[in-house]
Ligand binder design. Structure first.
Ligand code: SF4
Length: 328
């Protein structure tokens, strides 16, 4: 296993094969064998990757490369050939642009896109004197797979609340399957797992109606949140300074967990250490197309969602009590 996967340790390897195995309905051993074959077949010619950055903060790059235990970095550095990445590539100027040109001509690469695409009139996000939209279209034309990472590249994100006419990749590139890995920033597991899936199957994983892999975005955060019990019991945090309310449900503080699909509550972040809700911040809905504009204000419930959900919970509670009486 080590000879095939270089620096990836056993624990990390098992983590990714488990995710992919579950998604494919195969055993972990079968996935490990297929992945080994895929990597062995490409060992002399590692799968090429072009990583573009449009209107972004490089947060997805940081999230991905900053993963403490090495899967992301190992896979990226040892097993893939990153031909172009503005933040991490060593080359610059004509050298890097020539490499990009050659890679596009050859085709068959994985295109990762970070950041939104400005479509409004004006010279927003010009790279080397060319609009980002033009560069993206050129790169997308010969790509074997397109992965949009982060809220900006998937659906426009925070820039979509501004004046640049920011759009996600799916609104600009038509006729090609696009895998959307939303959340702000992208979760490293989601990206590595998707790449592993693609290397094993040469196929796009099953996606939901927003183009997100079902293996990561099947459930509402609200349904897997550890504060859910407090929600059902009507214990809704009102005062962050009150120690008694420390773990209560954050819906009255604008939590968007009930309308956001992602596995954050189970997978957690920073190598499984924590995530927004457990830090007491509430979910910001960053995995959803409506983020940011449609999810603001972030720290209060202006949409009436809380009221609606509380009513539902109340009705559920009444029903439960009625059933209890009938049983007695
Ligand atoms: Fe958790 Fe937010 Fe749902 Fe409350 S509203 S249970 S904090 S996801």
């Amino acid at each position: 296993m080590n000879s095939l996967l270089g620096e990836i340790n056993r624990r990390d390897f098992l983590k990714y094969t488990a995710i992919t195995a579950a998604a494919l309905g195969l055993s972990q051993t079968e996935v490990a064998t297929k992945l080994g074959e895929a990597i062995a077949a490409t060992s002399s010619d590692k799968p090429p990757v072009i990583w573009l950055e449009g209107q972004d903060c490089a947060g997805c790059t940081i999230s991905f490369t900053g993963n403490l235990f090495p899967p992301a970095a190992s896979i990226i550095l040892d097993k893939l050939s990153i031909r172009y990445h503005e933040t991490i590539m060593a080359a610059a100027g004509h050298l890097s642009e020539n490499t990009l040109e050659k890679t596009i001509k050859k085709g068959g690469y994985v295109l990762v896109v970070e950041g939104s695409i400005p479509t409004a009139d004006g010279r927003f996000c010009m790279i080397g004197g060319r609009p980002f939209e033009e560069i993206l279209k050129e790169c997308a034309a010969n790509a074997a797979a397109i992965i949009a990472v982060g809220a900006c590249a998937t659906y426009g994100g925070i820039p979509a609340a501004g004046p640049t006419g920011a759009k996600g990749v799916r609104d600009v590139i038509k006729g090609k399957p696009i895998i959307n890995l939303s959340t702000c920033p992208v979760h490293p597991d989601h990206l590595v797992g998707t790449i592993v899936y693609y290397l094993v199957t040469k196929k796009v994983p099953p996606l939901d109606h927003e183009g997100r892999p079902l293996m990561y975005y099947r459930e509402l955060i609200h349904d897997t949140c550890r504060r859910r019990g407090y929600f059902e019991a009507g214990k809704l945090l009102q005062d962050w300074n009150d120690p008694e309310q420390k773990n209560w449900c954050l819906i009255d503080k604008g939590c968007k967990g009930p309308e956001t699909y992602s596995d954050c509550a189970i997978r957690r972040w920073n190598d499984g250490v924590n995530f927004c809700i457990d830090c007491g911040a509430g979910c910001r809905g960053c995995a959803e197309p409506a983020f940011y504009k449609g999810m603001s204000p972030l720290y209060s419930d202006k949409s009436g969602l809380a009221g609606e959900l509380k009513e539902k919970a109340k009705r559920r509670e009444i029903k439960r009590k009625q059933v209890g009486k009938e049983v007695k």
